[in-house]
Ligand binder design. Structure first.
Ligand code: GCB
Length: 582
């Protein structure tokens, strides 16, 4: 069964707040001396008074905030990767005949959860929700939840060991208790039909509701429609409708309500069509140019994970201020709030999973993990009008096994959501040719993956890695794919305040030089339909140790880690102003 759709609009209680924690790099709370399950493990919530072998006590242990990464809440945990245990009390069981589900909106990376010392769920993947029903484990009083979260980077993980971002550990998003009636509306999908744009199409899925009728109401369109469900509680619909089309310039959101006897759920949904035609991206039938920016999920003015709605809104406000109509949410699914705020503020989105660089393409288990993260992201977010692109990978080395792996993810994306486009950030093949005595660099998009995507994404760092800034003007781009291209990354690094001449590397001035040369080049790429420079804000990464310059931050942000705009912010802003009518 799918995840519960739209949990924030249900009868719910947030478990946000102070949770007790124990740092456990040796997993003493889980294993005994010989690697077997420890019978006095921390999941039992014992104390030394209960048994001599119990050398812990949650209630005397320190607390930290949930949601929140653990690295930035306690100085000794800044670079910690390993296991940490969380504990908090749960409310008393209610005898109201309803059902109770426990949902973690995300915890990085591997989670095991116990309620009253009974293991209730395990989950792998740091950025998508997981949940289970817990009502039958709850007692009249004295309930508690324990979670063991481990964020070790694994060779066969998704992502793998090597990434260019900090591996923030912990329960990074909200934890919810969701209360439902016995029979309830678990999931729904409601979008404009790409095959016939004068109808709204979708499905509804009931939990414990075989053969019931579901009422779908969209008051703004005068729609009241009965959907019959089958013996599994599943029903489809297609209804004639002419909604005002959602776009960044017209954020038309309609109240949509599904109801059955005893349960109803409301959402605000935008209706729009996204498709390609040759080298164009068409939004509601009109060509659109994507003026974007890439974003890591870090708070403006602070290097830690974004988890609140207010922090997500701050990021989107910067995106809008820059003149963007588009953002790439790199390199993993961002929190639930981002896409809802993008719906409200009018920002088109590229959403992706952490299939990044060289993961193990040969392993069925890794494929299963990647597919699971992709599915959880799509099921969570497929009612959001802002999302136009599902990206399956970032900068992956071409091989037959890699392409088969990603083709299989594309098939999953299309089957879960036929209303959006697929993409991936790829490399291009550089060649050098002589033209009138000058060395011209040609870039060809010939990754075999390109044949399977709707929109091509390309990351390139001309003027920063491998090439001089003067090479940018001597670059030519080729593609015989007849598909639109998004320049999904480019940029240059500079700490805020470091100034110099226009060709002095690591200065704000050089960052501007690279942006200006890149923009001039992009104006001449005939199949370019969008860009998302790297990156909105400097972000924490252990890969960038250069002292006094990087200090463990990737400095390609156009905003510093302290939240100050750099000179290149103005360069991007001016360019987007110029292109705002495209
Ligand atoms: C890339 C990666 C991105 C890095 C960036 C860089 O190509 O996709 O994750 O942070 O380059 O700064 O080198």
């Amino acid at each position: 069964m799918n995840l519960i759709q739209n949990p924030y609009n249900r009868n719910r209680q947030s478990l946000a707040g102070d949770w007790h924690y124990i740092i456990d790099p040796y997993e003493t709370g889980f294993y005994d001396l010989f690697g077997n399950e420890n019978p006095f493990g921390y999941f039992r919530n014992l104390t030394p008074d209960d048994h001599w072998a119990s050398e812990y006590n949650f209630k005397q242990s320190p607390t930290m905030k949930v949601p929140g990464d653990w690295n930035t809440q306690e100085p000794t945990l800044l670079w910690y990767e390993g296991t940490l245990w969380y504990f908090r009390e749960l409310p008393d069981a209610e005898v109201d005949g309803g059902r109770t589900f426990l949902r973690f909106c995300a915890a990085n990376y591997h989670s095991v959860v116990w309620v009253n010392a009974i293991e209730v769920m395990r989950h792998t993947g740091g950025f998508t929700p997981f949940e289970t029903e817990i009502g039958s484990y709850l007692k009249p009083t004295g309930n508690f939840v324990v979670a063991k979260i481990n964020d070790e980077r694994l060779k066969d993980g998704v992502p793998t060991r090597n990434t260019d971002w900090w591996n923030y550990g912990g329960i990074t998003r909200d934890v919810l208790l969701i209360k439902t009636p016995q029979s309830f509306i678990r999931d729904y999908f409601c979008q404009l039909d790409p095959e016939n744009d004068s109808q709204i199409k979708g499905f509804v899925e009931l939990d414990n509701g075989a053969n019931k009728d579901v009422n779908l109401s969209i008051p703004g369109l005068g729609i009241e429609h009965l959907i019959s469900t089958d013996s599994h509680g599943f029903g489809q619909f297609a209804i004639k409708a002419e909604p005002d089309r959602w776009s960044p310039e017209n954020v038309a959101l309609y109240e949509v309500r599904f109801s059955i006897d005893g349960d109803s759920i409301e959402d605000m949904i935008g209706f729009r069509i996204i498709e390609t035609s040759g080298e164009d991206i068409l939004l509601n039938g009109e060509p659109v140019f994507l003026r974007g920016i890439s974003i890591h999920e870090e708070i403006i003015g602070q290097a830690s994970r974004v988890n609140s709605e207010a922090e997500a809104r701050r990021l989107m406000e910067e995106v809008k201020a820059l003149g963007c109509n588009y953002a790439r949410l790199a390199h993993y699914p961002h929190n639930d709030h981002m896409c809802r705020i993008a719906d409200e503020m009018g920002v088109l989105l590229w959403c992706e999973i952490p299939v990044y660089w060289a993961i193990n393409w040969q392993s069925e288990e890794v494929l299963h993990n990647a597919r699971n993260q992709l599915s959880e992201m799509i099921v969570r977010d497929r009612n959001r009008a802002s999302i136009i692109l599902w990206s399956v990978a970032n900068e992956t080395p071409a091989s037959e096994a890699r392409t088969e792996f990603l083709k299989s993810l594309i098939t999953t994306a299309k089957s879960l959501d036929p209303t959006r486009l697929t993409t991936a950030a790829m490399f291009m093949r550089p060649d050098k040719v002589e033209e009138n005595g000058k060395v011209i660099r040609t870039y060809t998009l010939d990754d075999p993956l390109a044949d399977h995507l709707d929109v091509l994404g390309c990351n390139q760092y001309l003027g920063w890695y491998y090439t001089k800034v003067s090479d940018i003007a001597l670059s030519r781009w080729h593609s015989d794919k007849n598909k639109p291209l998004i320049m999904s990354e480019f940029g240059a690094g500079a700490p805020k305040g470091k100034r110099g001449g226009p060709h002095d590397r690591w200065t704000e001035d050089y960052q501007v030089t690279v942006y200006e040369a890149q923009f001039a080049m992009m104006d001449d790429i005939p199949f370019l339909r969008g860009l998302s420079p790297w990156i909105l804000k400097d972000f924490r990464t252990p890969k960038r140790p250069l002292a006094g310059v990087q200090d463990y931050f990737n400095r390609k942000g156009i905003i510093s880690d302290q939240g100050e705009r750099k000179l290149a912010w103005d360069t991007v802003h001016a360019y987007y102003k110029k292109r705002s009518s495209d």
